[in-house]
Design a protein around this ligand. Structure first.
Ligand code: DUC
Ligand code: ZN
Ligand code: ZN
Length: 471
């Protein structure tokens, strides 16, 4: 007689965004079939007695194999990026299909499918990046793609090759409103950054640390305020991504106090790095931590912790943007130590996102386990139309799970599975790491070894985000 389940996880301390309870988890065909005690036998059994089991992480902001201007190239493609994600407890990723100006959105999506096909170890959805909102994009392509399940897109207020002006942002927000999509905003004032960059360069201040001087908090504050105003004009919710500190947080709190639906995301770099990680002298080592917005200071880290705990933030993502440090396609473009404006922006973090927050949030007593689950899994799944298939432990949900090992160790890059030659968090003491990552019922990481099956990951069709008001 065949067993009732393919896999049973016994005696788990299950944590969801709402509850913690003791349960067995019965899994068949990659889906959670039953929760309860003393479930029938499975073909495979895992004893999780005394161990916390959370939903697999949903990393709703990561960049994998995104096309870049040569010689720069991302180190992680779908194969290595989802491998690293899985080993760090993430079971769903949402990277970006980026439209190059002049390209159709459909061509960008097709190109990105080709990059993912046969390579992804994990289920994945795509956000779109709209960089060229032509009438055809606004009237035909974007609505059609939203109907097909690409229900979120990112709008950039900075970066020459991606940024939209205010009028274009209004046009795109109107499409989000009409078709129930989630608009994600990268909020930094492009003209201020360009002006400051020219001044710094004229003064010979080109070392990596000056990247942070070119992007002070006010450029993020102003753009956040403007994005909120533009969204208010259209009467549409927005989600401000990678919020770095107090001044942007204050804008979002103010918007909420006015009853506006403004959601927010933050990332590990705004909790665990500061501007000093870009260098206290002119050493090029600081290029490792060049990302935008830049990390701020200890006081701003505290503001981000408060926002994580009090509900300001809905999503905690990695913003994994993988560039090798010592490489001509990475942080030293063409093999040169270049001026900060030419350093590719971004840091790796897809594998360390959950262990860092579990260690420094949950186990250090700064955050409840429920809130951890909400920020890293349930919130992103709801924000991007994947819940309840993803982001929770419930009957009928995909069996995407993490069984946690609580133990202390010092992180080093050779423990990680990405294709980047450094981690900005090397030397940090962590108190936990996934002992098992289970993706749709399959053990993909067992605490020591990764179990590859490139191509096992499926493309997810996203519904209208459940955080959006029903009209
Ligand atoms: N900033 C972004 O906006 N995207 C990728 C990485 C970064 O630092
Ligand atoms: Zn961004
Ligand atoms: Zn990003």
């Amino acid at each position: 007689m065949s067993a009732a389940f393919d896999l049973v996880i016994r005696n788990a301390r299950v944590a969801t965004a709402a509850d913690c309870f003791e349960s067995d988890i019965g899994i068949r065909d990659g889906v959670i079939q039953q929760l309860g005690l003393q479930l029938a036998k499975g073909d495979r059994e895992i004893d999780a007695a005394g161990r916390v089991v959370t939903p697999g992480g949903v990393d709703a902001h990561c960049h994998l194999d995104q096309p870049m201007a040569p010689p720069v190239r991302m180190a992680d493609d779908f194969e290595t990026g989802t491998r690293a994600a899985a080993c760090g407890g993430t079971t769903t990723v949402i990277p970006f299909a980026a439209q190059v100006k002049g390209q159709s959105l459909r061509a960008a999506v097709d190109d990105y499918h080709a990059r993912a096909r046969g390579k992804s170890h994990l289920d994945h959805a795509f956000h779109l990046i709209v960089s060229d909102p032509t009438p055809d994009v606004l009237e035909r392509e974007l609505p059609a793609l939203i109907r097909e399940g690409y229900t979120s897109f990112k709008i950039y207020m900075t970066y020459d090759d991606l940024k939209l002006n205010d009028g274009q942002i209004l046009d795109v927000l109107e499409v989000a409103r009409r078709h129930d999509a989630m608009a994600m905003i990268h909020a930094e004032n492009a003209d201020c950054i360009a002006w400051l960059t020219r001044r710094l360069e004229a003064a010979g201040r080109t070392a990596p640390r000056f990247h942070a001087h070119a992007r002070p908090m006010l450029v993020e504050r102003e753009a956040t305020h403007r994005a909120i105003a533009l969204a208010e004009l259209i009467d549409v919710p927005i989600l401000v991504v990678h919020v770095s500190g107090r001044e942007a947080v204050e804008q979002i709190r103010w918007a909420r106090s006015q009853g506006l639906k403004v959601f927010a995301e933050t990332c590990p770099q705004y909790l665990f790095l500061t501007a000093e990680d870009l260098g206290i002298d002119d050493s090029y080592k600081g290029a490792r931590c060049v990302c935008s917005p830049p990390p701020r200071d200890k006081q701003n880290q505290d503001v981000i912790w408060d926002g994580l705990n009090d509900g300001l933030f809905t999503v905690f993502s990695s913003d994994h943007a993988p560039f090798r440090f010592d490489a001509p396609e990475g942080k030293k473009p063409g093999g040169e130590e270049v001026a900060f404006r030419h350093i590719p922006n971004g840091i790796p973090g897809i594998e360390t996102r959950l262990p860092l927050l579990y260690s420094e949030g949950v186990l250090a007593g700064r955050m409840t386990l429920n809130r951890f689950v909400e920020l890293t899994s349930t919130g992103p799944a709801k924000a991007y139309g994947l819940h309840p298939r993803k982001g929770t432990i419930a009957v009928g949900s995909d069996a995407d799970l993490v069984v946690w090992d609580e133990r202390e160790f010092v992180l080093s890059n050779d423990m990680l599975h990405h294709a980047v030659d450094y981690t900005p968090y090397a030397g940090q003491t962590l108190r936990a790491w996934p002992g098992l990552t289970i993706a749709r019922g399959e053990v993909v990481w067992d605490g020591r070894d990764f179990h590859p099956r490139a191509g096992r990951g499926r493309l997810l069709r996203c519904d209208a985000p459940s955080l959006l008001p029903r009209r």
